[in-house]
Design a protein around this ligand. Sequence first.
Ligand SMILES: C[S@@+](CC[C@H](N)C(=O)[O-])C[C@H]1O[C@@H](n2cnc3c(N)ncnc32)[C@H](O)[C@@H]1O
Length: 213
Amino acid sequence: MPDASPRTRSFGRNFARMGPRMDARGAAEHRRRLVEAAHGSVVEIGAGYGATFPFYPAAVTGVLALEPDPTLRDLALAAAARAPVPITVQDGVAESLPAADASIDVVVCSLVLCSVAEQPAALAEAVRALRPGGLLLFYEHVRSEHRVLGAAEDLLTPLWSRLAGGCHPNRDTAAAIAGADLTVLSLERFGFSALPGNPRVAHILGVAAKARA
Ligand SMILES: C[S@@+](CC[C@H](N)C(=O)[O-])C[C@H]1O[C@@H](n2cnc3c(N)ncnc32)[C@H](O)[C@@H]1O
């Protein structure tokens, strides 16, 4: 499993400071809607400081929350203790889920498919671990569909990725989900300015399902 480098560790500390401000500006409401359909056994990849934990509905029997960054993982452990459903937090990456084939009801991705090192591998792992009919719930920022803004994100990505824990502002995550043996059941696209002064960046929020056997 890749160890967190000093650069990604410093991103973790920064994200722990900035994240609650994003939540107050609307990300918390996006997270609440993200997990509305969650139920049964859930794996949340890259859970950060556990900002989504308060919103898991009672239909969830348990969450395995994976977080590779030690600072964020410690915060997630504290958040898990206050969560409305049982949540286990552990080290781990999306590209290698500690779950048997076809064993999970729901995989949750929140602002993480931009950052995983290998997005196709992460999606393939989610599909492997989901039971037939299982759901992938996603809330992600994505490459703009506007030609000029998308090109600007392409230019920005190499530098931003180094500064922001491997985040890629130019990933077409909706296309990747649709191409990953998943059927997209709902997909909302909207602009969201995460922090004061930041541009409105394209986000997607939706549900995809693994085919029933
Ligand atoms: C922008 S933060 C989002 C955190 C959280 N999901 C949220 O919505 O607040 C990106 C997260 O992805 C995690 N991450 C980076 N690479 C990862 C990987 N390969 N597998 C799982 N998580 C990863 C980071 O440690 C960080 O917690």
